[in-house]
Write a protein that binds this ligand. Structure first.
Ligand code: PLP
Length: 396
């Protein structure tokens, strides 16, 4: 039987857990920011594996690095060192700018935040402050930090003593913080919540409060990290130094890899036996991550990200039916006037553009940082045509 999206949906329903719902299309291959499904339909990929494929699909440098690594050494556990893990940890340390930075590698964002939670317990305090609308992952610990009722409700009771401050509201943070607080955890931009930005002095003010009360500040840079906002981790423009940075998504250049970095000299650190991960810092994932970083550095992509962001914002803001384009770099939320975002996602796919709707009124885009000028033009054209048809459908 010939491969088709319809057949794939049946096979999915017959063999996979239903936690994602059934995806519409079955992707067969990709190159840069273009992907093809099994019916050979071509799509411009503006979701990028949810901000994960920072250098696009099948980048020759990543392929070469992964090939070389898998020929030489595939997995050794953390009983042994290897060059890719050393090199990547040194790279991340240099990005933090702090001699005291130390990295623990894991495999996902939830695990990175779990590790941060465990670090917070080393302070001797137990209370955590997260924020309303935050997304920090789906494991029980990470879910306990996630400020979204629908995701939490079926799984209560979760961890005790987690408080949620209004995101971006320094007065509310001030109300909740005390000497009982072990850690405040924040995203520089709330990605899953619809690309929400705090006021520009928020991180700085939260840092001051944390210092005043002796609480750790953890920046969850899982989505904003790896250059997506035009800086390496998404918080640097605020001028703060966090105690902890968590990373995943783009870190492995498309392969699974997460990290939790303890940054400051006074930030508690793990001692032997405190924590671990069998696959954490896997040589192949680290090699892929290093390749992605080298592509971003050699291509001077951080600067380019800011330029492309300005261009997309300018053009998309002009479209009738768009209220606002918010975000930083290539993590942007397109706020729609009345059009249903889910309908727009369907229409975009029909014209060969992959998008994502974190909620009913917002489209999120997170394309590869290697996106070309021509692909941005194509995006603008396809987005406006999909938006037009979605608006027409809604009014007819
Ligand atoms: C995606 C995400 C996570 C969870 O990462 P997983 O790899 O899915 O566990 C955590 N925090 C933020 C900010 C994220 O965007």
């Amino acid at each position: 039987m010939k491969n088709s999206n319809e057949l794939a949906r049946k096979r999915w329903d017959g063999s996979l857990a239903n936690n994602y719902g059934t995806p519409k299309i079955d992707l067969a291959k990709g190159k840069g920011s273009i992907v093809w499904d099994v019916e050979e339909n071509r799509y411009l990929d503006f979701l990028g594996g949810i901000a994960t494929t920072v250098v696009g699909h099948a980048h020759p440098t990543v392929i070469a690095a992964v090939n070389k690594q898998i020929r030489e050494l595939s997995h050794v556990s953390n009983f042994y060192m290897h060059e890719p893990v050393l090199k990547l940890a040194e790279k991340l340390k240099s990005f933090t700018g702090e001699e005291s930075a130390r990295t623990f590698f894991c495999n996902s964002g939830a695990e990175a935040n779990e590790a941060a939670l465990k670090i917070s317990r080393l302070t001797g305090r137990k209370r955590i402050i997260s924020t309303e609308g935050a997304f920090h992952g789906r494991t029980i610990g990470a879910l306990s930090l996630t400020g979204q009722r629908a995701k939490r409700a079926p799984f209560i009771p979760l961890l005790k003593d987690v408080k949620f401050a209004k995101y971006g509201d320094i007065a509310d943070m001030e109300r909740l913080i005390s000497k009982k607080v072990a850690m405040v955890i924040l995203e520089p931009i709330q990605g899953e919540n619809g690309v929400i930005l705090p006021p520009s002095d928020y991180l700085k003010r939260v840092r001051e409060l944390c210092d005043q009360y002796g609480a750790l500040l953890c920046i969850d840079a899982v989505q904003t990290g790896m250059g997506r906002t035009g800086v390496w981790f998404g918080y640097e423009d605020s001028g703060i130094t966090p105690d902890i940075i968590t990373l995943a998504k783009g870190l492995g250049g498309g392969l699974p890899l997460g990290a939790m970095i303890t940054v400051r000299p006074q930030t508690p650190r793990f001692s032997p036996g405190d924590h671990g991960s069998t696959f954490g810092g896997n040589p192949i994932s680290c090699a892929a991550g290093l390749a992605a970083i080298s592509i971003i550095e050699k291509g001077l992509l951080l600067k380019r990200v800011k330029k492309m962001s300005t261009l997309i914002k300018r053009e998309i803001t002009k479209l009738p039916g768009v209220l606002q384009v918010r975000g930083e770099g290539l993590l942007l939320g397109i706020v729609l006037d009345s059009c249903d975002a889910a309908l727009l996602v369907e229409n975009a796919r029909a014209v060969g553009l992959l998008l994502n709707a974190p909620n009913k009124g917002v489209i999120r885009i997170a394309p590869a940082l290697t996106i070309t000028d021509a692909q941005i033009k194509e995006f603008i054209k396809k987005f406006s045509s999909a938006l037009k048809s979605a608006q027409q459908e809604a009014t007819s």
